[in-house]
Design a protein around this ligand. Structure first.
Ligand code: FAD
Ligand code: EGO
Length: 456
């Protein structure tokens, strides 16, 4: 193992051969982090190089990027490019009521916003950023089919001919998504925990095209939400003037919308204002061109195998998308893993254990929060409680900005560990409860007093 001393004299750690499995959002970012520290990085991705593809199949066309994701992008020097040049700021939610009226609710302070970014653009920017390092080697069309993670040995199948070859590394980083093959290898180990849950809802993406002058058909700097109980719909803006609309609905309901007539009636009933923006013809053709996709939540652990393997991103903690934090949490993994490795001078054994131990409670917290939001948005959220809750939280936040931090704010606009966000929320619920029961006690005491004075 060669040990190099950096220019400033304090980088005295081994230079490792690192194999990253998965060239999605998290794998490509992690490649830059390892490259920045001087390691020899090999990135293996199942798909071809997306930069050369005309059309990329797969999930969600755009995503909401917030503080946690941005902090990680900043450390590899691409935050500005992504956010300033290719991100569309969303300063508020825009709630669409059944009657077609809309109401904006700001995210908090004036400058607080989340950014809508294209998945493809982001993935390409991350690939290009990683390849700027001469010590990064990308291998496309490579599918991990088996591995001996204790020994850092992997077997890949080259697509499309399926020739098999073996690879070895000192560290295997599994960033191969919700259905991770690296994780499947970990499941062979004793004491490895794993659970997955599919929710009854699936999602389908539709599109609101740009107006004839190329501008956006709805106010641009908002996350548009159509809360309808069991049928939820959101829209995020794209740079070309279009909107990506995501419809969340139980698979059962998707099944019922089996003809163009039923589909149009459904939209007329629940999303009358969105229907003309999408356009009837386009709605029908887009809806029937795709199948709704499932949503899965995965928890597992530990994230490491000894001192040779670690999983990050969706491979370690896939969540339902109702908090807009999946990618952000995965990017935060990259930043935290880098910090822990540095702290231990790239002594992998203790570093991987520490990362797994400290990260797991927070990853599971955001998985729980996302699932909680799913339940809340589906069951509790009618328009009124949504508005009242958000306004109440915002009001207290304005009055006591350091003391009262709404849950959405601590999750989306702070670096507070996710588990701490939950504790913070529980504390606030207790305060509200106490306040309400004190008020109730006062009212009861007053009634008792009046009854008493009338009776005697
Ligand atoms: P992936 O992006 O899934 O990448 C995994 C990569 O590994 C893929 O490129 C795949 O081809 C490759 N791979 C898989 N198996 C193998 C193998 N055997 N060998 C080699 N390579 C392999 N997050 C947010 O932060 N904000 C949002 O607004 C948001 N919205 C979302 C909306 C929807 C509908 C969904 C489904 C998710 C959303 N997310 C959002 C979550 C986000 O998409 C994920 O958290 C993120 O993509 C995880 O990145 P990843 O790199 O871990 O996994
Ligand atoms: C009461 C009502 C309490 C993703 C509603 C809490 C998530 C939850 C899917 C929004 C925004 C980025 C998103 C808010 C709540 C993305 C998000 C939110 C959705 C759906 C999403 C908000 C992509 C939960 N952030 N969010 O407050 O604006 O509130 F609606 Cl279905």
């Amino acid at each position: 193992m060669d040990t190099t001393t950096g220019a400033n004299g304090c980088e005295n750690y081994p230079k490792l051969k690192v194999a990253i499995v998965g060239g999605g959002l998290v794998g490509t970012l992690s490649a830059s982090f390892f490259a920045k520290r001087g390691h020899e990085v090999h990135l293996y991705e199942l798909r071809p190089d997306i930069r050369h593809l005309e059309h990329v199949p797969g999930r969600s066309i755009n995503l909401a990027l917030s503080i946690r994701g941005r902090a990680a992008l900043k450390e590899v020097g691409i935050e500005e490019q992504v956010v300033q040049r290719h991100g569309i700021p969303m300063f508020a939610r825009m709630i669409h009521n059944l009657d077609g009226t809309t109401k904006p609710i700001p995210y908090g302070k004036k400058d607080q916003c989340i950014y809508s970014v294209g998945r493809r653009f982001l993935n390409e920017a991350l690939l290009t950023a990683a390849e700027k390092y001469s010590n990064v080697h990308c291998h496309f069309n490579e599918k991990l089919v088996s591995a001996n993670l204790n020994q850092g040995k992997m077997t890949f199948e080259r697509q499309p001919n399926k020739e098999v070859h073996n690879v070895e590394a000192q560290l295997v980083v599994g960033a191969d998504g919700a259905f991770s093959s690296v994780r499947r290898q970990m499941m062979k180990q004793p004491l490895f925990d794993f659970s997955q849950t599919y929710i009854p809802h699936g999602y389908l993406e539709l599109c609101i095209p740009p107006l004839s002058d190329g501008s956006h058909a709805m106010p641009k700097n908002y996350l548009h939400i159509w809360p309808r109980g069991r049928f939820m719909m959101i829209a995020l803006p794209n740079q070309d003037g279009s909107w990506t609309v995501t419809l969340f609905m139980p698979f059962e309901e998707f099944g019922k919308l089996s003809t163009p007539e039923k589909l149009l009636d459904f939209f007329q009933q629940y999303y009358p204002d969105a229907l003309p923006l999408i356009g009837k013809e386009k709605l029908v053709s887009d809806y029937f061109a795709y199948k709704p996709s499932p949503l899965v939540s995965v928890k597992c652990g530990p994230y490491n195998i000894g001192d040779t393997a670690i999983i990050i991103g969706d491979a370690a903690h896939a969540m339902v998308p109702f908090y807009g934090q999946g990618m952000n949490a995965g990017f935060e993994d990259c930043r935290l893993l880098d910090a822990v490795l540095l702290k231990h001078n790239f002594d992998l054994g203790p570093a991987l254990i520490e990362f797994s131990k400290t990260r797991r409670p927070d990853a599971e917290a955001i998985c729980n929060l996302a699932m909680y939001n799913y339940v809340e948005m589906r069951d509790l959220v009618n328009r009124k409680t949504f508005l009242i809750r958000k306004h109440f939280d915002n009001l207290l936040h304005t009055l006591m900005p350091d003391l009262w931090i709404p849950l959405y704010t601590s999750v989306t606009f702070s670096h507070m560990p996710y588990a701490q966000c939950i504790k913070n929320k529980e504390w606030q619920d207790k305060m509200v409860d106490r306040f309400l029961s004190t008020m109730a006690a006062v009212v009861v005491a007053m009634i008792a007093y009046f009854v008493y004075s009338f009776a005697f």
